[in-house]
Design a protein. Structure first.
Length: 591
């Protein structure tokens, strides 16, 4: 099974569709002529130049003929291919061959992006089987590549509602709402902070390349006895599968153990490197399929051998440019990070100054209110002291009058004893009244003195309040104004032209950082596996067992045995070629 198009309306597809309009019908016939008699390579090179792609050896132009996919041959004229006669002629620009290690082999950022788009679409279309927990992790990297760093103020609940991030098989397998899936994807998405788009896409590919069906093209074949099998062709070699199990191959033929591959009509022949071993033969349904298998075998084998040789000058140049570009981007990201940090610090300082200004304003308001209350209290005390003083004067006057009345009464002669007794009684009462008046006058005088003292204290409090208000006013005049004007010049460095001088020390330091990142990645891989297992355990209770597909069951069995894509192929390729043939014949007879 060949890979599907990258995405509807993909650049290369639309480009080729526009180019196909240059076909012209001549004389009303059904034959189409290319106004410029280009070969397949001419059309392919035009697409690559348009995309700025230099790693062209991974890609090709695919078309469909009679329900069978085919690839445009580079050395053959476009019209000499058995292309459909309908208008327009549609080609799909796709990855034809896959790398063994995406991080080491994919140099250009555009190449990584194209592989990311194609692999993502294959996973979502379930052309590549992906376990549920890995699907969530891959979705989080896809979100990081599209939206950048997670910001809770921007990426609020529901921002992924319209995104297609998980295969429908995974969604149907669990009793989980879209909000629950979004919550788990967002939890991982928040951990990817600081990764640029190209870094997130590469992390996506590094995880996807370990999936069992990644990069494998499947073809239906039959052995000599007519048993139906599947042939898988990928970057590592040829693999024979049971039609019901596309995850685990029964037999594998690594490219370094194959001497020759050929076909005659519908019969396909594989000759092992050891000439003493019998050749391996099988039949396909169509001659066109055999041609396609041979093309994929030759291309994958050439890339397999190429990886094990020294890089060509072109690849060395591309890798050097990629390293320089990566260093430049790293320095640019560091500069932007510093500017962002400085901007955040300036904003925090501005907020702190504004907060302090508001606090001082509140203190000034409270001081004004206290001053007003002190002034009012001083006025009341002054008024009360004046009234008390007047009352004291009045009492003193009454006491003097009482004293005069007592003297007058004493001077009056009362001839009779009764009058004398009454007079003595009145004298006694007058003396007591005078004594009482004197005590009241003395008390009022003390109260007047106390009020005078309170008035002095109130005025002293008023003086201190005025002094404090004066100090606060001076403090307000010394506080810097809020940053309402444009930020300092160093915040506008983004718009300036960029220039970098890469010194040897910088490159050495960058190399050391890259090596450090590799070590950190190995350390994080264990943590990543723990996270995957944790998520798997978490959602296991919500799984609907009756909806498990055959591939789900096979994957769970392989996981329980500890089998993975690479160790399975390694075990199979470790055996001798004779055991390959023997095992295959035994497997065929059992079927």
């Amino acid at each position: 099974m060949c890979p599907e198009p990258l995405a509807p309306g993909f650049w290369a597809n639309s480009l080729v569709s526009r180019l196909s309009a240059r076909f012209q019908r001549v004389g009303g016939g059904e034959k189409w002529l290319w106004c410029v008699k280009w070969k397949g390579k001419d059309l392919f090179d035009l697409v690559c130049r348009t995309l700025g792609l230099r790693e062209t050896w991974f890609f090709g132009l695919q078309y469909t003929i009679k329900d069978t996919v085919a690839w445009l041959k580079m050395d053959k004229k476009v019209l000499d291919h058995d292309v459909p006669t309908e208008e327009p002629v549609t080609f799909h620009f796709l990855a034809k061959f896959y790398p063994e290690n995406a991080e080491e082999e994919l140099v250009q950022e555009i190449t990584q992006h194209l592989f990311f788009l194609q692999v993502k679409k294959q996973i979502l279309d379930e052309k590549i089987y992906c376990p549920p927990e890995a699907s969530v992790l891959l979705a989080s990297y896809a979100v990081q590549a599209k939206y950048g760093d997670y910001d809770p103020n921007v990426h609020k609940r529901g921002f992924l509602a319209q995104e297609e991030l998980l295969p429908k098989r995974v969604i149907n397998l669990y009793q989980m709402t879209p909000e629950m899936w979004e919550e788990r994807i967002t939890a991982w998405y928040a951990e990817h902070r600081g990764r640029a788009r190209d870094e997130a896409e590469m992390e996506y590919l590094k995880i996807a390349q370990d999936l069992e069906m990644y990069g494998v093209n499947y073809f239906a074949i039959r052995n000599k006895k007519g048993t139906e099998l599947l042939l898988g062709v990928d970057a590592l070699g040829l693999h024979i599968y049971d039609p019901d199990n596309r995850l685990t191959p029964k037999i594998s033929f690594p490219w370094n153990e194959i001497r020759n591959i050929s076909y005659s009509d519908k019969e396909f022949t594989i000759k092992p490197l050891d000439k003493k071993i019998d050749v391996f033969k099988f039949n396909s349904s169509k001659l066109r399929v055999n041609k396609l298998i041979l093309q994929l075998c030759i291309g994958n084998h050439d890339l397999f051998m190429r990886r094990r040789k020294a890089d060509s000058l072109e690849v060395q140049q591309m890798k050097a440019q990629a390293r320089e570009e990566k260093a430049r981007k790293q320095m640019e990201r560091q500069r932007l990070a510093r500017e962002k940090q400085m901007r955040e610090e300036a904003e925090r300082t501005r907020d702190e100054l504004e907060r302090r200004l508001m606090q001082l304003k509140e203190e000034a308001t409270m001081a004004n209110e206290a001053l007003m209350r002190s002034e009012e209290t001083a006025d009341l005390l002054a008024e009360k002291a004046q009234i008390t003083e007047e009352e004291a004067k009045l009492l003193a006057q009454k006491a003097a009058e009482a004293e005069q009345e007592m003297q007058r009464i004493k001077a009056t002669a009362i001839r009779t004893e009764e009058e004398k007794r009454l007079m003595e009684q009145k004298v006694l009462e007058a003396e007591m009244l005078a004594l009482k008046m004197a005590e009241e006058s003395e008390r009022r005088a003390k109260e007047a003195d106390q009020l005078k003292q309170d008035l002095q204290e109130a005025r002293e409090s008023e003086r201190r309040a005025k002094q404090k208000l004066l100090e606060i006013t001076r403090a307000l005049t010394s506080v810097p104004k809020p940053l309402t004007c444009p930020l300092p010049p160093y915040f506008n460095l983004i718009s300036e032209s960029l220039s970098f001088d890469f010194k040897d020390t910088d490159m050495k330091r960058l190399s050391m950082e890259i090596e450090k990142e590799k070590v950190e990645y190995m350390e994080k891989s264990k943590h990543l596996q723990e996270q995957l297992n944790e998520l798997k355990t978490e959602i296991e209770a919500l799984k609907l067992k009756e909806r498990e597909t055959a591939l789900d069951i096979l994957h769970n069995e392989n996981a329980s045995r500890g089998n993975s894509k690479h160790n399975t192929i390694k075990k199979l390729s470790a055996e001798k070629a004779k055991s390959f043939i023997l095992s295959f014949n035994l497997f065929s007879s059992n079927l």
